[in-house]
Design a protein around this ligand. Sequence first.
Ligand code: HEM
Length: 215
Amino acid sequence: MAVTGLMMFGFILGHLAGNLLIYAGPDTFNAYAKKLQSLGEFLWVARCILLTALLFHVLSAIQLTFENRKARPIGYRRYDPEVTTYAARTMMLSGIILTAFIVYHLLHFTFRLTHPEVSNLHDARGNHHVYAMVVQSFRQWPVAVAYIAAMVPLCLHLSHGISSAFQSLGLQNNRLLPVFKNAARGIALLIFVGYASIPAACLSGLIQYTAGRTP
Ligand code: HEM
């Protein structure tokens, strides 16, 4: 779980860095998207590795849940957690919501099935207008709100998952534990702000797109 989780964490950081290029304008953002697509076979290898990591991560989570249930077939009479955090106790729930988000997200931006009316435009260079697709999608408030809401379970999942992964791999000790925990929370919060800022900026009009003219 730790290894596959850290692999996906690496993707989440890279994907965020790429997505933040939207603030640099349509030319930069579309050129970045084109560069990614031009990686050809490398992109497919990366996609296969990521998908396998997700699959193993989910299977390990299911296995862990069954093992926990077997270890305590009868639940607590009174459950008053003192040490664990809300994020730690809801890892399964946040993971399920995230998986559902990823399926929707792929149908939306990768397969372009959910909003075809804004997803298949081209810019003046003839490249896929990824900028227009993202901005126009988030101009619709239910889509923007759904994305911002989905970043909450992402933030919770990472805030526990990052430090937990380092602990599982034996890369931290009791002295470093609180440092790792706080650092993980800080990083998760920054990731939340970074991702959520994009739909928020499009919805508020800070980032705009009008056909033929982009500020
Ligand atoms: C506001 C937040 C986000 C925006 C604006 C965004 C944007 C995009 C765009 C535009 C694409 C399609 C790229 C292309 O085919 O040209 C994409 C693909 C993808 N996104 Fe996101 N994304 C966001 C959040 C996330 C999050 C939080 C995750 C994971 C937890 C994620 C996972 C993916 C994956 C797995 C792909 C498919 C990559 C591929 O085609 O190889 N995205 N995203």
